[in-house]
Design a protein around this ligand. Sequence first.
Ligand SMILES: [Zn+2]
Length: 379
Amino acid sequence: MIKAHNSAIMRESNQRLIVDMIRKKPLSRADLSRAMGLSRAAVTILTDSLIEQGIIMNGDVVKSESGRRPTLLHLNPNAFISIGIDLSRDGCEILLTDFSGNEIFGKKMDFLESAEKTVALICEEISLALTNGSNSATPLGICICAPGPIDSEKGMILNPSGLSLFHNYNVKHAFSSRFALPVYLEKDTNVLALAEKNRNNVQGDMLFLLADHGIGCSIIKNGHLFTGRDGMGGELGHTTVDINGPTCACGNVGCAELYASIPATVQKAGASSWNDLICRAENGDQKAMTALREQGKILSVLCINAVNLFEPLNIVLGGELTNADFVLKEMIENALDRAAFSRKVHQFHVYSSCLGKNARAYAAAMTALEYYFNGGMHL
Ligand SMILES: [Zn+2]
């Protein structure tokens, strides 16, 4: 049974719980009553108020075993708008979704000459999209995602490589001063891992891995992001794979991302880009295949270490790694079969992220929704 709040002053909290349950699956008032441990009358008062506010709506009538015909309650997709912003090394993407996560506006932009000018332009685009006649819903929050390191609590982008325009820039403050809305800053891998979990209703702990200029990683444990005391945990890309290796920008030596990032792999293959490398590998080019297998070896080591540490049920390859899963997936599975203690006892699922295009901005918009429903996501 899901814990509900019985006090009248917890009405809003109970209503939020109802909306959170309905967004996962349409439910009847009887379903809600059972799940929350509240009387049917109490649930009816709460749901009537939500219907009146236009947040949920009556949907299909279903036949039950008892012969009664309960009405299923659905989310009203037009109730709210969620705003996701992706700040990546390749530029910026804005995505507005409705309350059900359907895209209603999207735009990609290049960075301008300063962080301030770029943010001003992003804000202008958002304001225009929100005042567009067809978008009358209320915005509920903005989530910005960026590569780490970031200070999520302060809303500050610290010094991620390849994103010097925003170094030590308080992006949360910049957006809060323009919009009277909750503004969140999250690491890109964190929003992707959460969106993956929610979109696919993934059960069990998850290790989410991606490669770009570095190796990004997020851990979901007991349904929540595991980010450590100061939000800097889970940096699997900065674990050592060669104790005699070169010094990494993080100060450690022989970090995995020095060997398995996208630029490092492209360089090893002598390719002009990641797409070129993938194309060559698919056509059987030996140098490209060797470079991908080298990357696969390093990623396998990281997965084995993670499995031996916390036994995630799901290992998800995200970002550019999804293009190389025809090599990487099998390598990682075989490596886990050979080397992870618990493989013989437990099954692990290794697969590619399903998020597809607009993944990062979409995942950021979904994270703003998560914050709305759950207040926070960190362990
Ligand atoms: Zn490092």
